[in-house]
Design a protein around this ligand. Structure first.
Ligand code: 13P
Ligand code: SF4
Length: 366
């Protein structure tokens, strides 16, 4: 049996610089037993400790490739679940603060997706023959398992176009959850008319749709969104372009269709970083994604004379990812250095098996 873990109470009151010193000391003790994976939205005082960074797709691949005993995930809950599902049985995935969830992922639950599937079946007959369920990776493991079980697949913001092609090569319709914006933008880029992409409201019977709307739909878009990306508005772009007529606008596809349509480039966090990094010196950029990433990029691009500005006038951080602070990281690592595992993320075996089917399908085609 594992000895009692070190309580968080003593870490909660640590000054930031002391927490930083203790992170460094614990990491030195752990050596290559632990790998620190950080999403690009992670706050700077944690991001600086990353061994590996990436968008959701890259992090999923990295988690499946590392040999470290402990995968310490500085991201949000669904990312640590993916790390658990894709890593070896002997590896342990850890989320330094269990409260680091994703508000978008919480907008779809298994009970509501199963009800949707049942209701779609009543209208269309045999949903497993007519609809491919596609879940954005920003979703709980049981929804990935649902997709694995029903011939569906997982997608990320990087590979959504390829995944949609895969989904339509199998069945005539797609149920896309939980992010309506990523689904709509991806369908729009493929030329699917907007009226054939209808919003399924999980709180209403039959999603609030008529049988005719369901029959005519190519994509049923779950009524979910990201609270950070919904802040960006076309008006922000319009105003900025007046001041920077030669500038470029780049957005994450969790932003609304209107924001994406008015952007010069749209893509994942990794794509945003790579595009601006590869751009010519002295160019100007307006970026529609989370503030920690944009601030870091602004600092990195400064020496090349590139300006990088945040799209919204208000502060839009991923407040849940922000919960992973130096204090929680220090607490996690000190426990691990003592051989005590805290905050392990463990997906139940049967669920993990089915979710892995949907994730492996994604990794095979992307
Ligand atoms: P990326 O896969 O583009 O990093 O997106 C993750 C995310 O949660 C964006 O809000
Ligand atoms: Fe979830 Fe939005 Fe945070 Fe991304 S930015 S992890 S979608 S809440």
């Amino acid at each position: 049996m594992q000895a009692a873990t070190i309580s968080f109470d003593r870490f909660n009151v640590l000054a930031d610089d002391e927490a930083q010193a203790r992170i460094r000391a614990a990491r030195a003790r752990l050596g290559d037993k632990a790998v620190l994976l950080c999403h690009h939205y992670q706050r700077a005082d944690v991001y600086q400790h990353a061994d590996l960074t990436g968008d959701s797709l890259k992090l999923a691949r990295l988690a499946s490739q590392t040999d470290a005993q402990y995968i310490v995930f500085c991201g949000v809950h669904f990312m640590a679940e993916v790390a658990d599902i894709l890593s070896k049985p002997s590896q342990i995935a850890i989320l330094p603060d269990l409260a680091a969830g994703c508000s978008m992922a919480d907008m779809a639950s298994l009970a509501k997706v199963e009800r949707c599937w049942r209701e779609l079946g009543e209208v269309l007959g045999a949903p497993d023959e007519r609809i491919t369920p596609v879940t954005y990776i920003n979703s709980a493991a049981d929804l990935k398992a649902f997709c694995g079980e029903h011939g569906g697949i997982v997608c990320t913001s990087t590979n959504a176009p390829t995944i949609l092609d895969w989904a339509f090569s199998r069945r005539e319709k797609v149920l896309f959850f939980p992010d309506q914006h990523l689904g709509r933008w991806t369908g729009f880029k493929k030329g699917i008319p907007l009226e054939q992409m209808v919003v399924w409201d999980p709180d209403l019977e039959y999603g609030g749709l008529t049988p005719e709307q369901i029959h005519n739909a190519k994509i049923l878009l779950w009524k979910g969104h990201c609270s950070v990306h919904q802040m960006f508005q076309p008006g922000h772009i319009e105003r900025w372009r007046k001041q920077h007529p030669d500038g470029f606008v780049i957005s994450h596809p969790e932003s609304s269709l209107e924001v994406c349509r008015n952007s010069d480039y749209v893509g994942s966090t990794e794509y945003i970083i790579n595009t601006i990094s590869a751009a010519a010196a002295n160019t100007h950029w307006l970026v529609g994604t989370e503030l920690n990433l944009v601030s870091r990029l602004a600092g990195e691009m400064k020496p090349q004379g590139k300006t990088v500005e945040f799209m919204a006038p208000t502060v839009c951080m991923c407040s849940t990812m922000q919960r992973i602070d130096p204090q929680h990281l220090a607490w996690t690592l000190e426990n691990l250095a003592e051989g005590k595992v805290v905050n392990q993320i463990r997906v139940p075996a049967h669920e993990a098996e089915l979710a892995r089917i949907a994730l492996d399908r994604m990794l095979a085609v992307s």
